[in-house]
Write a protein that binds this ligand. Structure first.
Ligand SMILES: Cc1ncc(COP(=O)(O)O)c(C=O)c1O
Length: 342
């Protein structure tokens, strides 16, 4: 039975062409700074985002956590939305690694109200408070259901950040999807942020790899924290070659994932007992609310029929479309859901 795996866009395995690129990569020792493939990738991606420099790192988590460490000192605060990956899914990294606390802004879908951001700022001078050192935005928003954060919203938050001299960090693990959905250039998204983290291992299909982007000075500082966090890699050009292949070949095709996610949403909405809580689905992530049975039970039943979708709470499942999923598999996934719930 051919399995249909919609648990995440991280489940992809490298294509033959990507493996070829890896095998043929020229490598050096990146801790010494002389891996030519890593150097080329960092420059290429930084240029595309209009930033001075990039730092290739093993994961999106490390990239975000290095950014937080580089922007803050212990005893400060980071503002992000309540569903943010840095707050919920990075193991408490901000407190463990940077000694900072998170001040979450309540949102439904990851889009922070700029007024709430301003109300949540804390400043030096009040002994009771931990001053705000960083504002973080996640785009697209994972828990929000692949939501694209509107550029006007980012602009409004930026205006507040500038008013108070607070830097901004973008968790752009899936910024490729936002760019694909809106047509807004990557450098325009990046222009509102002092630092940007991007992942090659989500929708773009690389096995490993993320990048932190910023000024040369910021990246120089971040490089030290990458070493301290254990992310200094040696012949990482083999991985950078996969990331480079993903960056050059797999952005354009994300629109196919978005199309399939939209089709899946429309069809699932017709099945009694299922509903889509964050319409309209904008990118490759589909949240599915389940009424009749616990989401975990439905996950188990779907698994037995060859379909893997992740239960993310007792009432909600998440399906993510990616480059291993074609039209036939999408239709089959709908059919399995319909049969299991009938
Ligand atoms: C929005 C977002 N940021 C960061 C990460 C972390 O990436 P990684 O799994 O490479 O650590 C993820 C992972 O799915 C994510 O969805």
């Amino acid at each position: 039975m051919e399995r249909i795996d919609l648990r995440s866009d991280t489940v992809t395995i490298p294509s033959k062409a990507m493996l070829e690129a890896m095998i043929n990569a020229q490598v050096g020792d990146d801790v010494f700074g002389d891996d030519p493939t890593v150097i080329r990738l960092q420059k290429k991606v930084a240029d595309k985002f209009g930033k001075e420099a990039g730092l290739f790192v093993p994961s999106g988590t490390m990239s975000n956590q290095i950014a937080i460490k580089t922007h803050t000192t212990p005893g400060q605060e980071v503002i992000c939305d309540i569903g943010a990956h840095i707050y919920n899914f990075e193991g408490g990294g901000p407190s463990v690694l940077s000694g900072v606390q998170i001040r979450p802004v309540i949102t439904k879908d990851g889009i922070m109200d700029p007024v709430s951001v301003e109300e949540n700022l804390r400043f030096e001078g009040n002994v009771h408070h931990a001053p705000t050192a960083l504002i973080e935005v996640e785009n697209t928003h994972n828990r929000g259901g692949g939501t694209v954060i509107p550029i006007e919203n980012i602009q409004d938050i930026r205006t507040i950040a500038e008013k108070y001299g607070i830097p901004m960090h973008l968790d752009g693990a899936r910024i490729w999807n936002a760019h694909t959905a809106t047509g807004i250039p990557l450098h325009e998204y990046a222009s509102f942020f002092e630092s940007v983290s991007v992942c090659f291992s989500k929708g773009l299909g690389a096995p490993v790899g993320s990048m932190l982007l910023g000024t040369e000075k910021f990246i120089e500082k971040a490089k030290r924290w990458r070493k301290v966090f254990g992310g200094g890699m040696r012949q990482s050009g083999y991985l950078a070659a996969a990331a480079e292949y993903a960056f050059e070949n797999n952005i354009e095709r994300l629109k196919e994932d978005h199309k399939r996610a939209a089709y899946f949403t429309r069809e699932l909405n017709k099945i009694p007992g299922l509903s889509i809580p964050v319409p309209p689905v904008q990118t490759n992530i589909v949240m599915i609310d389940v009424e009749k049975i616990p989401a975990g039970e439905l996950q188990h039943k779907l698994h037995e029929h060859g379909l893997d979708i992740l239960a993310i709470s007792s009432k909600r499942l998440r399906a993510v479309f990616h480059l291993h999923i074609n039209d036939d598999m999408t239709e089959k996934a709908v059919k399995i859901c319909s049969e299991v719930l009938s």
